[in-house]
Structures are given as structure tokens and as C-alpha cells.
Ligand binder design. Structure first.
Ligand code: FEO
Length: 403
């Protein structure tokens, strides 16, 4: 087969040999409107090392990129920082074709690779372990639950590269390999989306990890993440953003999420928004008929409030709201106040279900839910405005530039 994919040099000894997935639009429930990449890296030395692999269908692309630098069979070692299949999917093929001398993973990674693929013989490395392979000095750091139990970082001392697995990455396809080659607003937006949809539930561990990185004080030139462009500039900036996102400090921003059958809940949502704005907050409105759950998660990352409106359908909340509330519950956002509202016909059930779901998520209700039988009248709309004002009152102490 003619070669169409080539490696891209990252540092003196490190080459990117991953794959770009331009067409993916759904990454296990997360909308990836800009595609993604699966980053794998080659460390060249006396004993070439492959760090991570790519999703199974991209195997040939990775092998072509490797072959543009070295004969793939000359790879002596493989390091699997994370066993999720977007990074390990073609590891069995790699092992079969290359027959590396050793495959390394964390202890949990070795266990997971055995369960995923029946791989035996993966050598477990310990947290903090140092190792020299063909002259390449490496150190391994477990990053458990960031975001799987097996996740780890690998540090390559000579070129000061931290292979950070999913951390500090983003779903963003491109021909550019470095974040500084792409518009910063796009990079920041996609990193925020990645954090909100993947790492948010583990925010306490993120803060611990940042503390550990500060203690380790590893000299860093590049953070080579496993998705999207990698970092050779702005390393401090992305770490600072991780601290900000992990802290989840509330702002004056309120996220209003709703769906509607005949326009009644939509009118209520608009009245809630009027109340929010009149009270000095600002609102991001996400009608679920045209919004994706993962964009709701992203908007919540820098918000102080979540208000949710639903019609009642067959004595239940509307399916799109059930979807987004289930998703958000798993992401466990913190430091939010909010409230519930919605219309019903002959059976008032759904708004209470939303209120219960918000309570289960730890969202503090600042007022009673607002319900409307059929079409909201002036009194109901006034109560919706009051709900918005009450929420805005709770957010008044916080900042936020309304961006
Ligand atoms: Fe990109 Fe957790 O895999």
C-alpha cells in the first residue's frame, strides 16, 4: 500500500505517530463536532519505544506514520498509559506484528489489558518508578481515576516530555500538532468541553495531581496529551485552567435547560430568563430540542446556577430532560443553585421529578418549583420571573464576565 501518512517530529527524539479522526461526531455520548485525534508517540533511541497506540480502525495510519521514521519491527518497548480502547485498540495488533520485548502499563493497566484483550505478560510499573530503556530515562506516575483506574503519566527526561494520556487533551482534529498553531479560543473551548465531559467528576483528584506536579517540579518542555494538539507553549496556562475548572467557583452565569411540547415550558423558560437578567445574572439558554447534553455540561463548568424546565409526558419528565439530567448526575457538578419549572396537562408529575433529580445532584433549590396547568397565565409567568430573580439574588455575590 502506498504511504500517505507520515510522522511529525515533536522534540529531538519524540515523533507523533497517531491518527486523526476527522469524522467522529459522538465519543461515547460526548458530541465531538470538531473530530479528534488519537495520539501515539515514538521515542527514538537505542531501543525505540512506542507510547500508546490508537483506536483499532486507525491501525494502518499509525503503522504508516511509524514506518515513515523507523522500521516498525525495530520498536523494542511499548508503554500503555491508559487501557481505554481509543488508545489500546490496536495494541494486540502491535504486539503481534512488532513483537516488542516488553509492554509496560500501571498495575491496574496490566489488569485491564488482560481483561480487554486477554493480553498476558504486560509488565506493571509502580507509581514513581524510574527506568532506563536503551538510554531513555523514563519515570512513571500513576494518575488513578484521571480518568480510569489504570491511567498513568510517563515522563521522558532527556526531552522533558510528559506523556499525559487523556489529561490536558481535547477532541480537536487538525493537521496542526501543537496548540500554539491553533486559535486559542478554539483550544480553550475544546479543553473546557473535554474537562467538563470527562474529568469533572474527578475534580478533587485533579487538584491533588496539580499539587503533585508542583512538588515533583519536573522540567517540562512538552505536555504530550493523547487527544488533539499537544502543548509546547502555554503549559502553565492549561494547568491553571485545570485548577480553575476543578475548583468550580460559582459565577453569575445561570444555565437554563428546557424542552417544550406546545410552547408552554418555553414561555416559562423565557420568563425565568427575564427574572435572572432583571436580578443581575446572565443566562445561557439551552433548548434541548437543539442542544447536546455535552454542551450543557460544558456550559455548567463556569456557571453558578442550573434551572431546568420540562413538560409532563405520560406522567414523566420529557425524554430529552431525562437524558441530560442522567448525564449531568454522572458528571457530579458542584457549587450550583437552581430550580425546576414546567407545564403539564392533566397530571403534574414531571416538574417534581426534575426537582428530585436536581436535589440528587446536589443543586440547591432556591425556590419552590413552578408548575403550569396547560398554558402559563400571567400569574405563573410572574412566579417564573420570581424564580429567576431569586436565583440571581443568590448569584449576586459572584463574578463572571458574561463571556
Ligand atoms: Fe482517550 Fe480515556 O481515553
Amino acid at each position: 500500500m502506498d504511504q500517505v501518512f507520515t510522522a511529525q517530529q515533536v522534540t529531538d527524539h519524540v515523533y507523533w505517530v497517531g491518527a486523526v479522526d476527522w469524522s467522529i461526531r459522538d465519543f461515547h455520548g460526548y458530541s465531538t463536532s470538531r473530530g479528534t485525534s488519537y495520539n501515539a508517540f515514538l521515542i527514538l533511541g537505542d531501543e525505540p519505544i512506542l507510547v500508546d497506540t490508537v483506536k483499532a480502525p486507525f491501525r494502518d495510519e499509525m503503522f504508516q506514520r511509524i514506518a515513515s521514521v523507523i522500521e516498525p519491527s525495530s520498536i523494542r518497548h511499548v508503554i500503555s498509559n491508559h487501557s481505554e480502547m481509543d488508545h489500546s485498540g490496536c495494541l494486540p495488533d502491535v504486539i503481534e506484528r512488532i513483537r516488542p520485548r516488553t509492554v509496560f502499563a500501571s498495575a491496574k493497566g496490566a489488569e485491564a489489558l488482560a481483561r480487554h484483550f486477554g493480553l498476558s505478560g504486560v509488565q506493571a510499573v509502580a507509581d514513581g518508578q524510574a527506568m532506563t530503556l536503551g538510554g531513555a530515562e523514563l519515570r512513571f506516575y500513576e494518575t488513578r481515576m484521571l480518568h480510569w483506574p489504570d491511567s498513568m503519566f510517563t515522563y521522558y527526561a532527556a526531552d522533558r516530555v510528559l506523556f499525559s494520556s487523556d489529561a490536558f487533551g481535547m477532541h480537536l482534529a487538525g493537521t496542526q500538532r501543537f496548540t500554539d498553531e491553533m486559535p486559542w479560543d478554539v483550544v480553550e473551548q475544546e479543553c473546557a468541553k473535554y474537562y467538563a465531559n470527562i474529568l469533572l467528576p474527578f475534580s478533587k483528584l485533579v487538584l491533588k495531581l496539580v499539587g503533585r506536579l508542583e512538588e515533583l517540579a519536573l522540567p517540562l518542555k512538552v505536555i504530550a496529551c493523547d487527544h488533539g494538539p499537544i502543548w509546547r507553549e502555554g503549559l502553565d496556562r492549561i494547568v491553571e485552567l485545570y485548577v480553575k475548572w476543578a475548583t468550580q467557583a460559582p459565577t453569575r452565569k445561570a444555565v437554563v435547560v428546557y424542552d417544550t411540547m406546545w410552547g408552554s415550558t418555553a414561555r416559562m423558560a423565557q420568563a425565568v430568563v427575564e427574572g435572572l437578567v432583571a436580578g443581575g445574572a446572565w443566562a445561557k439558554v439551552l433548548p434541548m430540542g437543539g442542544s447536546h447534553r455535552s454542551d450543557v455540561a460544558t456550559e455548567i463548568l463556569d456557571a453558578g446556577a442550573l434551572l431546568v424546565g420540562t413538560p409532563t409526558l405520560n406522567q414523566n419528565l420529557f425524554p430529552t430532560l431525562a437524558d441530560v439530567l442522567t448525564y449531568l448526575k454522572g458528571l457530579a457538578p458542584k457549587n450550583l443553585v437552581g430550580g425546576a419549572f414546567g407545564s403539564y396537562g392533566w397530571s403534574s408529575k414531571a416538574v417534581g421529578q426534575v426537582a428530585d433529580a436536581l436535589e440528587a445532584m446536589g443543586v440547591e433549590a432556591v425556590a419552590e418549583p413552578v408548575e403550569s396547568a396547560y398554558v402559563p397565565d400571567a400569574q405563573v409567568l410572574q412566579r417564573c420571573r420570581a424564580l429567576g430573580r431569586a436565583v440571581a439574588g443568590r448569584l449576586a455575590a459572584f463574578g463572571g464576565d458574561g463571556a
